[in-house]
Design a protein around this ligand. Structure first.
Ligand SMILES: Nc1ncnc2c1ncn2[C@@H]1O[C@H](COP(=O)(O)OP(=O)(O)OP(=O)(O)O)[C@@H](O)[C@H]1O
Length: 311
């Protein structure tokens, strides 16, 4: 059997002790398969960064085990260093060094680096190549940190909120780069609180809340559980929905979510759409803003916790 790229079992990590202490990670387990993009998705404070930093060898578990490429991240740090890419925050770099110079420097430390110029181009950093790190904008610093994490062609890369605060164009460029990494066989572990990012990029998602995994699966598996799709439309308030409910298949439900806003949940297929529109036609109702929406990871999180992912 091929060994997992990352295996976290019952990880517990506390900050401080006594009543003022915080249990940041509370018995978290996850497995990252090689060659996949795996997202650790959760709201602020869920324990994502602590988990990632423990995998990177920066934090020691209070209990539980962490294996990275079959090794111990703290004990085997030297062996893992050339094989694992991490995005360092500003503390890890020389603030007065120029962007391109820093990237070339990191590239030279590796046997078979990617071309630094290609990375600067892909991440839209060519125009600031001579700018000292500390004068780059937050988003530029973040993209440079990403470039430095992957320039050495790691087998595995940990990305903690790689697109937080980026503008849409930089976000797309980062997503494309992550997709390219996967195509090249790199394993990517991505901590994010953006569900659209997890949905678009991840093969496997671990939804984390209060330091625990509360759901796991591919985005398709997670969003397919329960109501697969929804159909919404608006019309006059107070429509008599019992007769529409009778016309719908058994697994579908309809309700008025707010006055004049209607939501049908179930397997939305062309037949269901036809049933709803013909019921509307028979009742003289013009269904405005008729839309079919797939259930999102945000909906999954809301159902599991009663809260929204983005607070
Ligand atoms: N160095 C620290 N000392 C004390 N408490 C900490 C420390 N780092 C994190 N915490 C606390 O641990 C909990 C988990 O934080 P963590 O940063 O791991 O979560 P996160 O999911 O990455 O959140 P965010 O998206 O906000 O970074 C939070 O309650 C946080 O306040």
């Amino acid at each position: 059997m091929i060994e997992a790229a990352v295996e976290v079992v019952d990880l517990v990590k506390r900050y401080g002790s006594g009543p003022g202490g915080v249990t940041a990670v509370d018995g978290l387990s996850l497995t990252v398969k090689r060659g996949t993009v795996t997202a650790v998705l959760g709201p602020n404070g869920a324990g994502k960064t602590t988990t990632i930093e423990t995998c990177e060898g920066y934090r020691r578990p209070d209990s539980g085990t962490v294996r990275v490429l079959g090794l111990d991240p703290i004990r085997d740090r030297a062996a893992l260093k050339p094989r694992v890419g991490v995005m360092l925050q500003s503390g890890g770099v020389y603030p007065t060094a120029q962007a391109a110079e820093m990237l070339r420097h990191v590239a030279r430390l590796h046997a078979h680096p990617l071309d630094p110029e290609m990375l600067l181009e892909r991440l839209g950093l060519q125009s600031v190549r001579r700018t000292p790190f500390r004068r780059l904008s937050g988003g530029q610093q973040q993209r440079l940190a990403l470039a430095m994490a992957i320039v050495g062609r790691p087998e595995l890369v940990f990305l903690d909120e790689p697109t937080a605060g980026l503008d849409p164009q930089a976000r797309r460029a980062t997503w494309e780069l992550i997709e390219q990494l996967r195509a090249d066989g790199v394993t990517v572990v991505l901590a994010t609180h953006y569900m659209d990012e997890a949905e678009r990029l991840a093969d496997e998602v671990f939804i984390v809340d209060h330091g625990k995994v509360i759901a796991a699966g591919s985005p398709a598996e997670l969003t397919a559980r329960g109501a697969e799709n929804t159909l919404t439309f608006s019309g006059p308030p107070g429509l008599y929905l019992d007769s529409l409910a009778k016309a719908l298949p058994e697994d579908a439900k309809v309700r008025e979510t707010s006055p004049g806003c209607y939501r049908v949940e179930g397997t939305v297929n062309p037949q269901l759409l036809a049933t709803v529109t013909s019921w509307c036609a028979a009742h003289g109702v013009m269904p405005e803003g008729l839309a079919v929406a797939r259930r999102t990871l945000e909906d999954v999180f809301l159902e599991l916790t009663g809260r929204r992912l983005r607070s």
